[in-house]
Structure formats: structure tokens, C-alpha cells
Design a protein around this ligand. Structure first.
Ligand code: TRP
Ligand code: SF4
Length: 400
């Protein structure tokens, strides 16, 4: 039985902004107290598009991880590591490449999109085409069950699942598997065993997805069989095969409501963000300069919060009460825009103050971030190696 494991990664982009915090980090931090979590810096992924300026990758890595820790990722609860220090990711990526049809990679929507977006770069490389394959390896090498990501990563999770399915189909054959499954069904007991068989047929003959879910639940709840037998019965539901690489689920993080200061998506490359390290004076200045509903050209013109980027910040940072005050004041021209922005400025600064205090603490301990990553990498390599032992043997690679 595979563990309930969460895994996610970010390309090293340096200092984190409040969009990263509300769109991903806050969720990672919440998950670490509920699950076994692995979070990593995807520095190889950064190289797929930034192969020509490698120097920024290293500094960005340390800046980013410092911000992760300051925001509340806890190395005692989560395994925090660097992709390029865990060679098992590369090995699995190579091996999965043997069974991944080129067409699958060419059809991932981000492939063409990113080539369009980054026209000035030559992205007709082998590495860039392999981006989603490498991501699949990142996930499958930990046999992660849940992957918190944003909407934009859904197609990468989909291809990860397809690659896992294909891998299990090709390499999960095991002699005597069906006999083992039959024996486990007997141990389920007459009534439950019959239910299992009926649900298996309903799924395989009629494609009834609900039957599959019911059968899985039935197996998981069975008290009379071991974990190994449960695994056999789960694999047997979809074929006479063993699951070597389980299919992960995306844990969709709602697209961050925090949008950029200019109303576009908050992004480092647009220069429209508020960093976690932003000083209170700079937060104040940036928010005060933010555009508002263009209909409110003068103080006496009423406005509509739904047409104002500042409102998106109120949705993240303000209480119901403050939001009601904004709506009322804006639509009746009862408040001015600067007045409206003040509670947002105060809330952002209150949120950032403790993080900034931790950044100072962390940076006062030279080598600390390196140490965290060093320990995280060691743990990650141990877990990844367990998977690779199974993968190598399933693929017929001899051990000498
Ligand atoms: N592609 C992801 C992004 O751009 C980063 C990433 C790389 C990732 N490997 C991953 C995310 C594995 C989740 C799991 O955000
Ligand atoms: Fe935007 Fe607030 Fe001004 Fe209305 S009052 S336009 S919500 S800043």
C-alpha cells in the first residue's frame, strides 16, 4: 500500500511575492501538518528555458527557499530539497522516456503556448519538449498521491497519470498474479468477495467508473486481508497487473485571487508584484499607486468594485465588514480610493511583518538554508531510491 504523500515543486524565481504566497505557499504550509510532504526547487526545469543564464538559478534558489521558510514551511514537518541533487529524478525521467510517445509530449498545451510566449528564446530543444516528462518523474519517483498545483499544471498531471498507467501496463505483469488475486478474494469472505467480483465486472464490462470507486473503497475497508493483498486486489480491478507507479491526483489550488498591481496576473516578469520582503513604505506606495475603477475619475464619481483591481486585494485581505464598507462607499462615492486602500495596506503589512522578522533571523545564520536543503536531499534520495529499486527490476535492469 502506498503512503498518502504530497509533492510539489517550483522553479527557482528568487524572492517570493504575495501572489506566490496566496496562490501556493499558504496551501503547502497547511498541508504539511496533515500529510507527509515533499517540496522542492525545480532547478532542472528552470534550465529547460533559462539554459543560457545559469547564474541566476543558484541565487534564486537560496532566495526562494529562504522565503519559503520565512513564510512557514517547516523543515521538521516537510522534506525541502533541490531537484538536481536527487539523481533518481533524472534516472526515472530517462527510463520513462523509453515508453513515452513523442506525440503525447507534443500535444501538451503548454509546449506550444510557451514557445509562442517566449519567442525570443529557441525552445525547440529536446529538454524543453521533455519538461512534462521530467515533471512526471518528479512526482512518480516519490509515488506521490497528491500534487498541489494551479490550474495551469493540470495538463502536466494528466500526462503524468498516462505515463504511470502505461508503465504499469507494460511492466506490472507478474507471473501468478491472477492466482494471488483469487486467493485474496477468497480471504475477503463470501459476501464481500462476491461484491468485489460484481463491481470488477461492472467496471471492466460496462466501464462504470463508480463501480471502480466502490470496489476500491471495499478493498480499503476490508479487515481480513493484509496491505500487500489489498494492493494486489486494487491492481487486479483494472487488469491482471501490479501497480508499480501509482497515479497521482492533482490537488487544485484555486487560482490566486491576488492579482498584480496593474490588474494583470502578478508576475515577477511584469514587475507588478509585492514581494514578501517589501518594506511597509514600499507596500504603501505601491498600493496607493494602483489603478482603480476607471469610472472613478473624480472623488464624486461612484465606482464598481468588480471593475477595480484593489477589490481583488480586499477579497483576500479584508473582513466581511470591511468589504461591505468598501462596496457601500465605492458605489455611492461615500469613500475615496485612498481611504479604501488603507485597510489593504495595513493588512498586507501585518501579514508580512512576522515573515520579514524570520527572514532576518534566517539570513543571520549563514549556511542554514544550505543545511536544510542538504538534509532534505538526503531524505528525498532515500525515498526515491526505494521506488527506483522496483522500477529497475521491473524493467529488467540487472543488479550486480
Ligand atoms: N511545472 C511546475 C510549475 O511551473 C513546477 C514543477 C516541476 C512541479 N516539477 C513539479 C510541480 C512536480 C509539481 C510537481 O509550476
Ligand atoms: Fe476601487 Fe475602492 Fe476606489 Fe472603489 S473605492 S474604485 S473599490 S479603490
Amino acid at each position: 500500500m502506498f503512503k498518502d504523500r504530497v509533492l510539489s515543486g517550483m522553479r527557482p524565481t528568487g524572492f517570493m511575492h504575495i501572489g506566490h504566497y496566496h496562490g501556493a505557499l499558504k496551501n503547502w504550509i497547511k498541508l504539511q501538518s496533515e500529510h507527509e510532504c515533499f517540496y522542492f526547487v525545480a532547478d532542472w526545469h528552470a534550465l529547460t528555458s533559462h539554459y543560457d543564464d545559469p547564474r541566476v538559478i543558484e541565487t534564486s534558489t537560496f532566495d526562494m527557499v529562504t522565503d519559503w521558510l520565512a513564510a512557514g514551511l517547516d523543515p521538521n514537518q516537510s522534506t525541502i530539497f533541490l531537484q538536481s541533487q536527487v539523481p533518481q529524478h533524472a534516472e526515472l525521467s530517462l527510463l520513462l522516456g523509453m515508453i513515452t510517445p513523442l506525440g503525447w509530449l507534443e500535444r501538451v498545451p503548454t509546449y506550444k503556448e510557451q514557445q509562442e510566449n517566449l519567442k525570443e528564446k529557441d525552445l525547440t530543444t529536446y529538454g524543453f519538449l521533455g519538461y512534462p516528462l521530467m515533471q512526471a518523474a518528479d512526482i512518480l519517483v516519490y509515488r506521490a498521491s497528491k500534487v498541489p498545483v494551479g490550474e495551469d499544471q493540470v495538463s502536466h498531471l494528466e500526462i503524468t497519470r498516462e505515463i504511470a498507467r502505461r508503465f504499469n501496463h507494460i511492466y506490472g505483469r507478474e507471473s501468478g498474479f491472477a492466482e494471488k488475486a483469487e486467493a485474496a478474494i477468497k480471504k475477503l469472505g463470501g459476501k464481500v468477495g462476491k461484491q468485489y467480483q460484481a463491481l470488477k465486472i461492472a467496471f471492466n464490462q460496462d466501464g462504470n467508473a463508480e463501480s471502480l470507486e466502490q470496489a476500491k473503497a471495499l478493498v480499503m475497508a476490508a479487515g481480513s486481508i493484509s496491505n500487500a493483498e489489498k494492493e494486489t486486489l486494487l491492481g487486479f480491478l483494472t487488469g491482471a497487473r501490479r501497480t508499480i507507479l501509482p497515479e497521482p491526483q492533482a490537488l487544485l489550488t484555486p487560482t490566486s485571487k491576488v492579482i498584480g498591481l496593474d490588474g494583470r496576473k502578478m508576475s515577477k516578469s511584469y514587475g507588478n508584484g509585492i514581494d514578501l520582503r517589501e518594506t511597509p513604505a514600499s507596500v504603501e506606495q505601491k498600493v496607493r499607486r494602483m489603478p482603480t475603477d476607471p469610472a472613478r475619475a473624480r472623488r464624486n464619481d461612484p465606482g464598481d468594485p468588480d471593475k477595480c483591481p484593489v477589490w481583488t486585494l480586499h477579497q483576500v485581505y479584508s473582513s466581511d465588514e470591511t468589504r461591505a464598507w468598501v462596496r457601500q462607499g465605492c458605489t455611492t462615492a461615500g469613500i475615496g480610493c485612498l481611504e479604501c486602500k488603507q485597510p489593504v495596506i495595513d493588512a498586507i503589512n501585518a501579514e508580512l511583518a512576522p515573515m520579514q522578522a524570520r527572514i532576518i533571523e534566517i539570513e543571520a545564520k549563514p549556511g542554514y538554508v544550505k543545511e536544510v536543503l542538504h538534509d532534505g536531499c538526503a531524505k528525498a534520495r532515500r525515498v526515491a531510491e526505494e521506488t527506483m529499486l522496483d522500477v529497475r527490476s521491473a524493467m529488467g535492469l540487472a543488479k550486480v
